[in-house]
Design a protein around this ligand. Structure first.
Ligand SMILES: Nc1ncnc2c1ncn2[C@@H]1O[C@H](COP(=O)(O)OP(=O)(O)OP(=O)(O)O)[C@@H](O)[C@H]1O
Length: 453
């Protein structure tokens, strides 16, 4: 392209003489045939003194003559010259299939220049990261619906429901076992709502000591009680004003606090402890529980009126064992997330591990899956997670799971594993995998469908 360009000469001159790089060209014997002005200045020689001399007599520690002989390029090599390290590229020069010399460039004339550039980039990247963090945390909600991974019908239905109900101001009750992703959904609902630019404030009702819960929720005036801060403290309700208050583990809320919350929700006003004044408050409530609130009501541990107030729209998130289709995609997603965080290269699971994941009960749901994968990533010595990399208690569990299977399940499991292994051995080629197993093409595809492979 350059050959046809009408400014060919000017382009070549600009590249070689006006850019900030240093260039040198040697012939097959290592004699200098060209040295640009920048290079001359850098090494302190005159062009006429350099041309025709062996490159070793002109440039310290050079390897240009070697590259001109071997024809092997040397990229980003560090060369010590004039008391400094520079970064050099040396590329053989070929004409009509023969090596006729070499071209060298100096990227940075010393490590200082290089370090300056490097730290400049690092500084900028750090700054970007900080801005990103600030933006992300501005409202307190860090996850959105796209972060919720799963291909099961159940999860997709919940996502659809969330999209429909998020924009309104109605209270939502998220129900599900621990680790099913209730908090992820709470964040997503806030992000999709008109309140998304306002705060998202979480209160873990189970983690705050009973005697502190009320001051945490409603705040207090200065001097309200012994040990109170001088200027008082804002409560979570005040902090969430205009936004969303996420009451996690609401089943653990003491009855006294339940009464007060109900009053705030009914009257839209909050009264800080020790204050005579009330303050208008506008919050949307999202509550979550892993206990049955109906049972707690029967046991007089949860107020029925509060239950109706917060349970305008209930969303039930099924446990992981009831949506087995999600396990595979979740495992892959979590592996990528963990390896990115830890920096250890682990790329997949052996078929038996995935098979085990599909049959495990997962009492701790997605959180348990995440913890198991994290521990295996740390333990494995290879790029593929194997059964023996799983925590010990899981391996014994694996044994009991196996023991309690009936013959049909054992056979189905063996068949699935054989198919997965064959596909792996055939490098993903399904026809080859079928022939490795000695079954016909259509029967193989039928079995793959049956096992959802
Ligand atoms: N569908 C999902 N996709 C991606 N990550 C998920 C999903 N579900 C859960 N997780 C991850 O699993 C962990 C537990 O999720 P989360 O805290 O939302 O559960 P939870 O139901 O609120 O638990 P708890 O009741 O114990 O508070 C988190 O690290 C979360 O990121």
């Amino acid at each position: 392209m350059l050959l046809n360009n009408e400014y060919k000469e000017e382009i070549i001159e600009t590249i070689f003489e006006k850019s900030n790089f240093c260039f040198v060209v040697v012939d097959g014997q290592g004699l200098v045939t060209y040295l640009n002005d920048n290079y001359c200045k850098f090494i302190g020689v005159k062009l006429e003194d350099a041309i025709g001399k062996h490159v070793q007599d002109v440039i310290e520690n050079t390897r240009m003559h070697i590259v001109a002989q071997t024809g092997k390029e040397e990229i980003a090599d560090i060369q010590f010259i004039r008391g400094n390290h520079m970064i050099a590229n040396r590329v053989p020069l070929c004409s009509k299939g023969k090596i006729v010399g070499a071209v060298g460039t100096v990227l940075y004339r010393d490590t200082k220049e290089w370090m300056k550039m490097n730290s400049h980039i690092k500084d900028l990247l750090l700054e970007i990261e900080q801005y990103k963090k600030k933006l992300g945390n501005q409202n307190g909600a860090t996850y959105s619906l796209q972060d919720i991974v799963g291909s099961s019908i159940q999860i997709n239905k919940i996502k659809e429901k969330v999209m429909k109900i998020s924009s309104g101001d109605v209270s939502i009750l998220l129900m599900g076992e621990s680790g099913t992703g209730k908090e992820l959904f709470a964040h997503s609902i806030h992000q999709l709502s008109e309140r998304s630019m306002k705060p998202f404030v979480k209160v873990n009702c189970a983690a705050i000591p009973v005697d502190l819960l009320e001051s945490e929720l409603f705040g207090y005036e200065g001097g309200a009680f012994t040990g109170a801060k001088k200027g008082g403290k804002l409560g979570k309700f005040q902090l969430a004003d205009g936004g969303t208050l996420f009451l996690d583990e609401i089943g653990d809320m003491p009855l006294d606090a339940q009464v007060k919350i109900l009053r705030v929700l009914q009257e839209g006003e909050v009264e800080a402890i020790g204050s005579e004044k009330t303050q208008k408050i506008d919050v949307r409530i999202i509550a979550a529980t892993n206990q049955s609130l109906e049972t707690l009501i029967k046991e007089n541990r949860f107020r029925e009126d509060l239950y109706y107030r917060i349970n305008v729209i209930p969303i039930k998130i099924p446990p992981l064992r009831e949506r087995v289709e999600d396990i595979r995609v979740l495992a892959k997603f979590l592996l990528a997330k963990i390896t990115k965080r830890t920096g250890k290269r682990v790329i997949s699971f052996e078929a038996a591990v995935m098979d085990f994941f599909m049959h495990h009960e997962w009492p701790g749901n997605v959180r348990e899956l995440e913890n198991v994968i994290e521990s295996a990533v740390h333990l494995t010595n290879t790029e593929i997670i194997k059964l023996e990399d799983l925590p010990d208690q899981m391996q014994s569990n694996h044994y009991t799971t196996k023991q309690s299977m009936n013959l049909k399940e054992v056979l189905a499991r063996a068949e699935r594993q054989a198919i997965e292994n064959a596909i792996e051995r055939a490098g993903g080629d399904k026809l080859r995998a079928a022939s490795l197993l000695g079954v016909g093409k259509s029967s193989f595809y039928e079995k793959m469908k049956k096992h959802q492979l």
